[in-house]
Design a protein around this ligand. Sequence first.
Ligand SMILES: [Zn+2]
Length: 51
Amino acid sequence: MTGDDGWDEADDEDEQRAPICACGVTALPAESGSGRFICENPDCDAFGDEV
Ligand SMILES: [Zn+2]
């Protein structure tokens, strides 16, 4: 068993997998909670946009 046959790290049960924006900031879940994430970096071109 090498334990290398999956993308299954049981280390993120609190948060769903949050994507990282191109600016390097972790995107936060949109209010609607529909599984979408938006960039919260006011300095980013994609601020408020879905990541
Ligand atoms: Zn961004």
